[in-house]
Design a protein around this ligand. Structure first.
Ligand code: AMP
Ligand code: MG
Length: 321
């Protein structure tokens, strides 16, 4: 990997389908032409990033949203772009057909942001195409805020554009645009209070129920155990579990399972108790050498059960039917 300050050369690499690591105001990004699915696939390989974790598309001019987002574009997109771009706000809205599936992990939406770092803006402009640019590190490892951090972790990029240290060192805030307002999908450099001065920020679960746009949720790996996790919708449907599998269920449901070992998630079935125990039990199971696959009973989605099921779905995201 060549390191330097040659933006024109870096843009050339991107145009020919290669990867370039470059600075943004948040962290260093691993860039590829967002319209070149093969180049985007290389990003996932080099980062060892799971394909279900969608990428953010970086643009250098507001006009570029016209081709990325599906028409009609919600007026709140423009309002937020005007207030926070260029800067660390990522806007998620319905994607147009031109965006490759691999960029969005097959979701009907795409995440877009306009960075403010002058080198990033110049690079996108010279490349003549929007760029996907997740952090330039191995998936799940420390984010790079200097060029040397990138060199330490990656050898896949053709070029490393050296722009010194980044300003924020924390990722962008990700918001989903809905008819009623915006939903924060990932907290980041732009705060909820700042957003609220421009748009309605949806903060109650019952408001999310009315969403007109499918809400994919955050696909955060730290929510997921290191082992496969499967959701059990109906105990009767689970008719075979390997000897190294474990079933996490409420104590009173124990007898519903005729196969596999059962680890109790709660004694009473009380939702509060389930919520308190969930992560502790998942931690225990992922650290247990005798456990390979984890099965978990679905929880009633009322009261705090809404939040618990939300966490379970995210944790089991890559193993859903
Ligand atoms: P990063 O890992 O910093 O590149 O940020 C990418 C994150 O943006 C993903 O992990 C998602 O949380 C979020 N994201 C990207 N695209 C979408 C999308 N279409 N819908 C919802 N969240 C998205
Ligand atoms: Mg990252």
């Amino acid at each position: 990997m060549i390191k330097g300050k040659d933006v024109a050369y870096a843009a050339q690499c991107l145009k020919s389908g290669e990867l370039v690591a470059f600075p943004t105001e948040t962290v260093y990004g691993l860039g590829a032409d967002a319209f070149n699915a093969r180049a985007v696939a290389k990003v996932f390989e080099v980062k060892q990033r799971p394909k279900f974790d969608p990428l953010i598309v970086h643009i250098s001019s507001i006009d570029q949203i016209e081709e990325l987002f599906l028409q009609p574009i919600d007026e709140k997109v423009y309002r937020l772009a005007e207030a926070f771009w260029p800067g660390p706000l990522t806007i998620v809205f319905n994607r147009s057909a031109i965006v490759p599936d691999i960029v969005s992990s097959g979701l009907p939406t795409v995440a877009v942001r306009m960075p403010s770092h002058p080198l990033a803006v110049e690079l996108i402009r010279l490349a003549g195409t929007p760029l996907v640019a997740p952090s330039a590190n191995r998936f799940g490892k420390l984010s790079p805020t200097q060029a040397s951090h990138v060199e330490k972790q990656l050898d896949g990029p053709a070029y490393l554009l050296d722009g010194g240290s980044t300003d924020y060192g924390v990722e962008s805030t990700v918001v989903l645009i809905t008819k009623k307002g915006v939903k924060i999908l990932r907290p980041g450099a732009v705060t909820a209070e700042e957003l609220a001065t421009h748009v309605k920020v949806l903060s109650h679960k019952n408001e999310f129920d009315e969403l007109n746009v499918p809400s994919p949720g955050m696909l955060k790996s730290h929510y997921a155990p290191r082992k496969p996790l499967y959701i059990i919708d109906k105990p009767s449907e689970l008719n075979y579990v390997e000897s190294d599998g474990i079933i996490i269920a409420s104590e009173q449901d124990r007898n519903l399972y005729s196969v596999g070992r059962v680890k109790a998630l709660s004694k009473s079935g009380n939702l509060q108790e389930i919520a308190v125990n969930l992560f502790a039990v998942l931690h225990q199971m992922e650290d247990d050498d005798e456990v390979e696959d984890i099965y978990i009973e679905a929880i009633k989605e009322e009261g705090v059960g809404m939040a618990v099921m939300d966490r379970i779905r995210k944790a089991a995201y890559s193993y859903q039917k």
